[in-house]
Design a protein. Structure first.
Length: 557
């Protein structure tokens, strides 16, 4: 959640039922956000307890895998049944509204509405057409398997006509009303954009190889940069609140049978995720009782919400450890909320990149300065969890709103304005390690060094925990996992949970606790296994094995 927040105060272990606002008190965003989090936690826990950790909706259930039949027979692709599915109480929705159509000519249909389910018809989309005897537009149930679909090859808005690669047999000359609805496929799902040119999306389907198809559900923060409709135009520019959006992604895990939810989660979100401690640098011991170390306590002039985020992890998308990987991290003093919209495709040279921004903030808190490390991101990189190259700002032209960065940005990222490209500032700096500075890795981030205190700034320190006494306990770091560290001027300290123990002399001792990441928390469930045909890659009815029985069966049934 990269937003301009004071802190995240919700803790499910406190069992708070609600937040009670008091008269005449200062109001903070944290209280309002905690009230929403309490209610959301209650609703999701209620759904999971009543119906199970993963289940399709009783009415309108969906997300079954649909083999497709088309004229061109697209390889390595399949349909996703529209409807609703709950994972750990989180509602996943795939809305597909049927629209009335008429056949206007050879392979041409006219649609009653051009924009359906907040999306316009476009070339490359798949449609399923069927006759409706009662003119209600309710599709047959269950869906045919394989499902006959047609692909849009031309879309003409002026006449609201769509040219298809083929019309289904039996529709021409039919007097019954005809309806059509989009079919979202593995390769056209909205929350998992396909790779840009020159990139690959791994792991993906492989002909002749069985893969577990699973649902990955998580929350993504949305600001006005990703969805400008959030802003109230009457305010003439300023943004107000952000949003948290449920993201669902249908993914493939090669060489895996159906796995129970706990098994799948244990593989992709393992128990040994990295742990972090945070504190302020302790005072140096002095024999003079009147001397207070200038290094003691939090020395910042403002309250901050530090964000420590894993940049390069040591796990691949299948949950396997990457041999030789060197995990790295980055940090921000404002929860990563210093962002700037990119309004033109970046121009890359041999050793630098020039980006044109929509605005530049001039204040010290959210401004951009030479020497800052920034990351270019867009919907594709965020939804595919691809960390961007961290580049240093070399120069800023505030008249033309152009920024020159040292180095080359991640291939393909930021080229498409429809994917909402932005520049995000991070606050770590490079320096001479011999002088106490931070060593910056080639990816622009800082190396994770376990078992030692690392300085951020103004006395704030972090410690990546080691687990030396447990088997297979090498810490697992996933890109985008993060921790939030509130630092407060009033107490000269950070807000962080504590461990309490008794030392060898019987004294009670407290110290900063080692805690798992605050996010990103993913929720997983297996849907089916598919085995594309060895030569064609086409997925037929006999190539799909439903995992629903494994999901809904008792753990020891």
């Amino acid at each position: 959640m990269k937003a301009d927040l004071t802190r995240n105060s919700f803790d499910p272990l406190k069992h708070f039922a609600r937040v009670l606002m008091q008269q005449g008190r200062v109001q903070l965003d944290a209280d309002w956000n905690e009230q929403a989090a309490i209610l959301l936690h209650l609703l999701r826990r209620l759904a999971a307890d009543q119906f199970g950790p993963a289940f399709p909706a009783r009415f309108g259930g969906g997300f079954r895998i649909l083999p497709l039949t088309t004229t061109t027979q697209p390889p390595l692709d399949f349909g996703i049944e529209p409807g609703r599915f709950y994972v750990d109480g989180i509602l996943c929705e795939l809305e597909v509204t049927p629209v009335r159509v008429s056949i206007s000519g050879n392979q041409i249909i006219t649609v009653a509405k051009w924009t359906v389910d907040d999306s316009s018809f476009a070339v490359g989309q798949y449609l399923w057409l069927w006759p409706s005897a009662d003119d209600t537009g309710i599709p047959p149930s269950p869906f045919p398997s394989p499902l006959p679909v047609s692909q849009i090859t031309r879309a003409t808005y002026a006449s609201k006509t769509l040219t298809l690669d083929a019309l289904p047999a039996g529709l021409t000359g039919l007097t019954l009303p005809i309806y059509a609805q989009r079919i979202i496929t593995y390769r056209t799902q909205p929350d998992l954009p396909q790779p840009a040119q020159g990139q690959s999306l791994a792991p993906t389907l492989v002909a002749g190889t069985s893969s577990l198809i699973y649902l990955d559900v998580w929350e993504r923060l949305i600001t006005y940069l990703e969805d400008d409709s959030i802003r109230e135009v009457a305010l003439n520019g300023p943004d107000t609140a952000a949003r948290a959006r449920v993201v669902w992604q249908v993914k493939a895990l090669p060489h895996q049978p159906c796995l129970r939810q706990q098994q799948l989660s244990g593989r992709l979100q393992p128990w040994n995720r990295g742990l972090l401690r945070a504190r302020v640098q302790p005072a140096q011991v002095s024999t003079d009782p009147c001397t207070i170390s200038p290094n003691s306590g939090y020395r910042g002039a403002e309250n901050q919400l530090y964000r420590v985020e894993i940049h390069t992890g040591n796990l691949d998308p299948s949950g396997n450890s990457v041999a030789g990987a060197r995990p790295s991290f980055k940090w921000s003093r404002d929860d990563g909320s210093a962002t700037y919209p990119i309004v033109a495709p970046p121009v890359s040279g041999t050793a630098s990149t020039t980006v044109t921004l929509g605005s530049l903030v001039r204040d010290d808190r959210f401004g951009l300065a030479v020497g800052d490390y920034v990351e270019l991101q867009d919907d594709y990189s965020v939804l595919n969890n691809i960390p961007g190259n961290l580049l240093q700002v070399q120069s800023i032209d505030r008249t033309s709103l152009t920024v020159v960065l040292g180095g080359i940005t991640t291939a393909g990222v930021g080229k498409d304005q429809k994917l909402h490209p932005l520049l995000r500032r991070w606050d770590h700096k490079s320096g001479d390690p011999a002088q106490g500075g931070a060593q910056v890795l080639p990816d622009g981030a800082l190396p994770i060094t376990g078992g030692t205190w690392l300085d951020l700034e103004d006395g704030v320190q972090i410690w990546f925990e080691l687990l030396p006494n447990l088997p297979n306990a090498t810490p697992a770091y996933r890109s985008a996992d993060y921790w939030l560290i509130p630092a407060r001027v009033a107490i000269g300290d950070v807000i962080w949970p504590s461990d309490t123990w008794t030392d060898s002399q019987g004294n009670t001792v407290t110290g900063p606790a080692a805690k798992p990441p605050d996010g990103v928390t993913h929720h997983y469930v297996g849907l089916a296994t598919v085995t594309p045909e060895p030569t064609t890659g086409i997925i037929g009815h006999n190539d799909v094995t439903d995992c629903l029985a494994e999901i809904l069966s008792p753990p020891h049934g």
